[in-house]
Ligand binder design. Structure first.
Ligand code: IMP
Ligand code: MG
Length: 267
């Protein structure tokens, strides 16, 4: 793994219980309206898919859970392909394009469909981790056909070599999340240390539920037993950049996800 100075990330989970009539009455009318519109279809689909909870490559959740709120099958990560031509201006930096712009767009749309289905009628607060989520988040948010609130948390992991070291919270939540359904959004789930730390921190704020949505999942490097309920792609144990992900704060603006040349970080 590259010698990174600083990265940002997180994710979470806790458990949605049954929604109380009182909570429902407090919800904005747009939320209640949407719940009515979608509720019939949602029940049929949920009943049919409740077995498909954790997808392949995901480990057991860290926190004990009594959650029986089904996760849509589209939440299961797809294997990332690779073998795509690197644009000439990036050939000195990248070995391969692992996930193309078109593949990203298709998968983000699918994740948005799954999330829209699962969060209908809930009081959704999206909590995104700075900074690697910015591109993914902007694309995902615009495809969520739901009323929601948005906030950010900052978490930095100071790394050296392949080891994640101490985690530092650099920005706290501004919004109240007590009794809310929180969706944590992060760029990549690697060792899981960040996700575990953020889930734990959020759980202490008393949300009704906390789930995680990550663009990429790198299960080969997992150290902590955490999972993301929603994941875009499973990636192999290579260092990836682009679509928000950085190496030493560079490459975030690439419109695709590429594999960084190991000689760039091995020096
Ligand atoms: P963790 O090990 O799951 O806690 O992740 C630590 C940090 O490393 C995260 O902020 C990620 O953004 C970053 N990270 C892990 N793998 C990659 C990668 O392949 N490319 C870019 N950043 C990565
Ligand atoms: Mg990062």
């Amino acid at each position: 793994m590259p010698a990174k100075t600083k990265t940002t990330r997180a994710t979470s989970e806790s458990r949605p219980g049954p929604r109380s009539p009182a909570a429902s009455a407090r919800r904005p009318s747009s939320v209640r309206r949407q719940a009515r519109i979608h509720s019939g279809k949602a029940h049929v689909a949920e009943a049919a898919t409740s077995a498909g909870e954790a997808g392949p490559g995901l480990t057991a959740p860290a926190a004990p859970t009594t959650d029986n709120w089904p996760v849509h099958p589209l939440a299961t990560p797809h294997p990332a392909g690779g073998g795509n031509a690197v644009p000439p201006q990036w050939r000195a930096d990248l070995l391969d394009v692992l996930i193309t712009e078109a593949q990203l767009a298709r998968r983000v749309q699918e994740l948005a469909r799954a999330l829209t289905h699962d969060y209908v009628g809930r009081d959704l607060t999206v909590v995104a981790l700075l900074t690697g989520t910015v591109v993914f988040l902007a694309d995902l948010l615009r495809r969520l056909a739901l009323p929601l609130r948005l906030d950010f948390m900052g978490v930095s992991s100071y790394r050296e070599g392949t080891a994640s070291r101490e985690l530092v919270f650099t920005k706290e939540l501004r919004l109240e999340v007590r009794h809310r359904d929180v969706l944590l959004v992060d760029d990549i789930l690697d060792t899981g240390r960040t996700l575990l730390a953020v889930k734990t921190r959020l759980a202490a704020l008393g949300p009704r539920s906390v789930r995680a949505c990550v663009l990429l999942d790198k299960p080969a490097r997992r150290v902590e037993p955490v999972q993301a309920e929603y994941a875009g792609f499973t990636v192999p144990d290579v260092f990836v950049v682009g679509y928000g992900l950085d190496f030493a704060e560079r490459y975030r603006n690439l419109p695709f996800v590429g594999i960084l040349r190991p000689d760039l970080y091995a020096r």
